[in-house]
Write a protein that binds this ligand. Structure first.
Ligand code: HEC
Length: 291
């Protein structure tokens, strides 16, 4: 009798242990012994529903459900990459964001900088209208690098100095059928920087995009170089010391530094008017007046 009882218990245990670990098959989800050992309780961040079994924070002031929800960013947070557009249109503000000057947060210049314009003619016009100032001051080094980059990426078509006479389209063995734009034409000279930036981002007709070849900073260096070539063709000056060409388009480094000097922060909108009104540092004879 005792034996039968023992066998009974043993048989039941065996049956149960098999049943407890029965593997999944077909429509049968299977059984698991202590499922939370196999599947750890995960806390999913930034979702709106807290998992009901996550109860370890009972003593906490906030419930886990609250903790797992997305929260607003800390006041003053600059989203990564948001330096592309300065709300004030003020180059000094923009530089501050890029370099972390004053008490602003530095943003990696070669990070992803969004471009809020589409790839069509209406958007080209809008970019031309809205994007005026080059966010980087004109520096000697920047101009040299811009020249080198232009030579590598643009010069083959647009010519070393932007005259539209690159060897790919105009050389003795020229095979390129389209005529690259002459960037020294008045339409480009007078157009705001957005026209050039847009062309780099999307190209135009047979010209492809150079957005993946040039970083955010490099694009603006190339634009500085194009402006310097244009200024040259007009016998005007566009360099790190003075800009008699188009004061709205680029801030010479010396003026930029003078504007920032003595300031702890650069939030005040002083820099933009200062650029427009600042007397260029004249190094030699007075330069001809810009248009
Ligand atoms: C393979 C040849 C080629 C290269 C390289 C090239 N372009 Fe172009 N680009 C063209 C052609 C062709 C046009 C004229 C497109 C049209 O108007 O149909 C043009 C037009 C332009 C325009 C005028 C756009 C407008 O608004 O009308 C700009 C600005 C420009 N290119 C800048 C650049 C810059 C900056 C680079 C270098 C990063 C570059 N291009 C590289 C062929 C080229």
């Amino acid at each position: 009798m005792k034996k039968i009882f023992l066998y009974g218990i043993l048989a039941t245990t065996v049956v149960f242990s098999f049943e407890a670990c029965s593997p999944a098959h077909g429509n049968h989800p299977g059984h698991e012994y202590m499922p939370d050992m196999g599947h750890s309780v995960a806390q999913e961040a930034n979702i709106y529903n807290g998992y009901s079994l996550n109860t370890w924070d009972k003593q906490s002031v906030k419930s886990l459900k609250e903790l797992s929800q997305p929260r607003n960013t800390v006041a003053g947070t600059i989203p990564r990459g948001s330096v592309g557009m300065s709300a004030t249109g003020n180059a000094a503000d923009m530089m501050a964001m890029l370099t972390g000057a004053g008490n602003s947060v530095s943003t990696p210049i070669n990070g992803n900088v969004p471009y809020y314009y589409g790839d069509d003619e209406a958007e080209r016009t809008r970019a031309t209208k809205e994007i005026v100032v080059n966010p980087f001051p004109i520096t000697k080094k920047g101009l040299e690098e811009g020249k080198e980059l232009f030579r590598i990426y643009c010069g083959i078509c647009h010519g070393e100095k932007g005259g539209g006479d690159g060897y790919l389209a105009n050389g003795p063995d020229a095979k390129y059928l389209a005529q690259p734009a002459n960037l020294l034409l008045d339409t480009f000279v007078n157009g705001n920087n957005g026209r050039l930036y847009h062309a780099i981002m999307y190209g135009k007709n047979v010209m492809g995009s150079y957005a993946d070849k040039l970083s955010y900073e490099e694009r603006w260096k190339v634009i500085h170089y194009i402006r310097a070539c244009q200024a040259d063709s007009k016998k005007l000056i566009y360099n790190d010391k003075q800009n008699t060409f188009k004061p709205n388009f680029g801030i010479p480094d010396s003026i930029y530094k003078a504007t920032l000097a003595g300031k702890t922060g650069v939030q005040k909108p002083a820099a933009a008017p200062a650029v427009a009104t600042a007397k260029p540092v004249t190094t030699s004879k007075p330069a001809p007046k810009g248009k």
